[in-house]
Design a protein around this ligand. Structure first.
Ligand SMILES: Nc1nc2c(ncn2[C@@H]2O[C@H](COP(=O)(O)OP(=O)(O)OP(=O)(O)O)[C@@H](O)[C@H]2O)c(=O)[nH]1
Length: 794
């Protein structure tokens, strides 16, 4: 019996579950327990013994048994079972490091793909039959094995073992066991603090969250990025999804939300702030205030919530605390003495941050006396349990079995589980007013768990319920085609896309198709990084191979005020243009519109010139310029989004050697001259390569496309002319020629340059030329699929 479950009794040293022990109803509390190795009550009381045995079976128990006894487990006495397992305790195959590594590398959200992959890797590397059991929470099994490993990652426990014969999966933990459930009743609103950690990218949010988890005794020291659970988050070291953790601290329940720093995920930040009464605004001492810091400050300021300024990374040699405090004073009027100086990495002064949180952030405005009403602020999809909603309980309480309704969706549910994140899901008996937790209530899709939804007790009449102010829905800014690499994988990919979308409500999906790439989708994302993360998650979590095409933005066209013309566009006065195949006729359009963004950049003063040059090259309009200290300026430009999504940030980083930071927000539409850039190969249009772009970008884009096409299309028997043209015109904006393959007739000369040799050669060459001309008019250019992939790929 190798991995005892965490102690569930109120006494850490004595395993006696006090609540069911009639002999000793007052088992000493944890602190006062005098190390009773053999607590008398456990030996004398029958029901206690019985319960203990039941627990030993139903807790995380791994029985390592010999092959012959496995078939006969039922006949084993309880004692025998324990002894058998003890015998194997010394085995060096227990928790084998090789298996541990395989689990850590392959564990995901317990999808069958993840399990299969883990099994395959173990079998191929270790050359024996292996099996995997994965589940959330406690589970028990009897496995006949001689080598195994049990590992918990996040809220998933995984048992990978060399399989000698059958496995018996015992049962999940008892869901209703009151000993397992955390009781949060003591945390009344005045004992609760809800706050978010916000900062620019890489200023140390997740590291600070790790240290806070350690300080609150929830995590072992030294663990990293505990709130970044997705593989893509771990690999790239970025936070993509905001995560909550409810932690006990000095008699308070502090709910922290670790938010993403990258501009693409700023919607996550504003969503998180809806449930916070304050923020910890983190600034790295070596980099100072950056673009995202400014954006986050104003977000919190507008919401009128408490801001606790914290300067991180003070251990670094390049840390300049004076510079940061003066920047904070200039930009936000924050006094030097308000700042907490910490090193999240070293764990220095982290306690001071929590003390400030408790002292300065007000308790949530919540009323425990009323009937339940809660705000749904986030959700994700679990393959087994459907949508899991994260809620802030504003009034009353929420518990298992309670009937609730959703205000906007108008549906009713029965709550099957409530709990808090710590950072794994921990079941609780009840969630009380002011607390942040999760609720499972048989919502089938995330669409039902609408962000900003008001949940209320079904005992209330809908007309008496005041809904919470909804949250602003974020609109995608960039769109890209998504196709399976092999058309046969379409159905599998469809399922994967649907599931992933359930976890990421900010993407939009519309079916699309292409002659070259088959069936697929046009997907709307919040930015290019969001798009990359989506692609990476598809391959990592669903094992899918996908082609993500080059991103484009959503243009619009105002149709001329004429009934006949408007009829062609379903009577609409304004249309969205995403598909080049549906680009409207210029004569029908009054005006084309292109999306604009307000870009805020913080750059060293010495590099102002180059940055301004870049922005005006990108058709920008200059906005405000302010200095934040002697060395840094904050500059604002209004730029077309199409210019920003391509490679603006890379160019900015290159020009400023990485010293500039940037952040943008949508800023309406501008009138623009748009064109359709068509690619003609031997005078035939290949629609897959067509693009809608502002006329100003057409020439550069045409050159780039033609350069790629020339590289990718193999030489043919005849000459191939590739032209980039505007709209229906056949006049080339740019053109490249791929020379034909030629047969070498020079051997005909055989050194005979005079006489008939030269003549024969010329005759052959002229025949060849004529033949190729004929083929050029008749033949189709062969474009291999790989060429399509390489050109269309982002
Ligand atoms: N020297 C030093 N390094 C730190 C400190 N805090 C964080 N770091 C490092 O800074 C890097 C970024 O830290 P993260 O915690 O991932 O930053 P983040 O703000 O969560 O990043 P995003 O989620 O991508 O926005 C990591 O390499 C950390 O080890 C600190 O106090 N001192």
């Amino acid at each position: 019996f190798l991995f005892p479950a965490p102690s569930t009794s109120s006494c850490s040293t004595c395993t006696c579950p006090t609540a069911i022990c009639p002999a000793q109803p007052s088992c000493p509390p944890v602190a006062a327990c005098p190390a009773p190795v053999s607590n008398p009550c456990c030996d004398t009381c029958r029901s206690c013994k019985k319960e203990r045995f039941r627990r030993s079976i139903l807790s995380n128990a791994t029985y390592i048994v010999a092959e012959d006894v496995l078939t006969n487990t039922n006949s084993l006495s309880k004692k025998q079972k324990r002894e058998i397992s003890k015998e194997n305790l010394d085995s060096d195959k227990c928790n084998s490091p090789a298996l541990q590594q395989i689990i850590l590398q392959n564990i995901d959200r317990v999808t069958s793909i993840g399990k299969k992959r883990m099994q395959e890797v173990a079998e191929s590397t270790l050359g024996a039959r292996y099996n995997v059991i994965c589940a959330r929470g406690d589970f028990s099994y009897i496995a006949n094995t001689e080598e195994y490993c049990q590992q918990t990652v996040g809220d998933v426990t995984c048992f990978l073992f060399k399989q000698l014969s059958d496995v018996r999966f015992f049962s999940n933990a008892r869901p209703g066991d009151p000993h397992k459930l955390v009781d949060l009743e003591a945390y009344t609103p005045d004992k609760i603090r809800n706050f978010g950690i916000v900062a620019h990218v890489d200023h140390g949010k997740s590291t600070l969250a790790d240290r806070i988890l350690e300080l609150c005794g929830v995590a072992a020291p030294g663990q990293q990025q505990m709130l970044d659970r997705l593989q893509v988050e771990k690999e790239r070291g970025i936070t993509v999804k905001a995560q909550t953790a409810s932690l006990p601290y000095k008699g308070y329940l502090v709910n922290l939300i670790d938010t993403p720093g990258h501009v693409d995920f700023s919607a996550e930040v504003s969503r998180s702030l809806a449930v916070c009464d304050g923020i910890v605004l983190l600034v790295a001492a070596n980099e100072g205030v950056q673009a995202q810091t400014v954006a986050n400050f104003w977000l919190a300021f507008e919401k009128d919530i408490t801001i606790i300024p914290v300067i991180n990374k003070i251990d670094l040699p390049g840390a300049d605390v004076k510079m940061v405090t003066s920047q904070l004073k200039t930009l936000f009027d924050i006094e030097e003495n308000e700042c907490v100086l910490i090193s999240a990495k070293k764990g220095l002064n982290v306690g001071q941050v929590l003390d400030k949180v408790v002292e300065n952030i007000p308790p949530p405005k919540a009323d425990p006396k009323k009937v339940f009403r809660g705000l749904l602020f986030d959700s994700y999809f679990d393959n087994y349990r459907g949508a899991i909603a994260h809620v802030l309980v504003k009034e009353g309480s929420l518990q298992k079995g309670q009937k609730i309704s959703s205000y906007h969706n108008g549906r009713s549910y029965e709550v099957s589980e409530v709990g808090i994140m710590r950072p794994e899901m921990i079941r609780c008996s009840q969630l009380f007013a002011g607390q942040v937790g999760y609720v499972v209530c048989n919502m089938k899709t995330v669409a039902e768990a609408l962000i900003g939804e008001t949940l209320y007790s079904a005992s209330l009449d809908r007309k008496d319920v005041v809904p919470f102010e909804g949250m602003k829905l974020v609109q995608p800014t960039v769109y890209a085609g998504l196709f399976p690499v092999e058309s046969a994988d379409y159905e599998n990919l469809k399922q994967a896309v649907e599931r992933l979308c359930l976890n990421d409500s900010s993407v939009t999906v519309t079916p699309d198709s292409s002659r070259a790439l088959g069936l697929g989708w046009r997907i709307g994302f919040l930015g290019v990084l969001h798009m990359e993360v989506f692609g990476a998650r598809l391959s990592q979590e669903y094992d899918a191979s996908v082609i993500l095409c080059q991103p484009s933005v959503e243009y619009r066209a105002i149709i001329k005020d004429n009934d006949t013309i408007r009829k062609r566009y379903d009577g609409k006065s304004e249309i969205r243009i995403l598909d080049p195949g549906k680009f409207p006729d210029h004569f029908d359009v009054e005006e084309f519109l292109e999306p604009m963004v307000k870009v805020r950049m913080i750059v060293p003063s010495s590099m102002m010139g180059v940055v301004n040059g870049l922005c005006s090259e990108c058709r920008g309009e200059r906005g405000d310029i302010n200095s934040i200290d002697e060395q840094r300026m904050i500059i604002v430009w209004r730029l077309p989004l199409a210019e920003v999504v391509v490679d603006f940030f890379e160019r900015l980083k290159k020009l400023t050697s990485g010293y500039a930071s940037f952040d943008y927000e949508n800023d309406g539409y501008n009138s623009s001259k748009l064109v359709k850039l068509a690619i003609l190969i031997n005078e035939k249009e290949v629609s897959e390569f067509s693009q809608i772009i502002p006329a100003a970008m057409a020439r550069d884009r045409a050159r780039l496309l033609l350069h790629r096409l020339k590289r990718e299309i193999p030489r043919q028997q005849f000459e191939v002319v590739i032209k980039a043209c505007i709209g229906q015109s056949t006049k080339a904006l740019s053109q490249v020629v791929i020379q034909p393959m030629k047969r070498d007739f020079s051997q005909l000369l055989k050194g005979n340059f005079g006489g008939g040799g030269m003549e024969r050669l010329n005759k052959k060459l002229s025949h060849q030329k004529k033949g190729k001309e004929r083929m050029k008019t008749l033949g189709n250019v062969q474009i291999p699929k790989e060429a399509f992939l390489n050109i269309l790929k982002n």
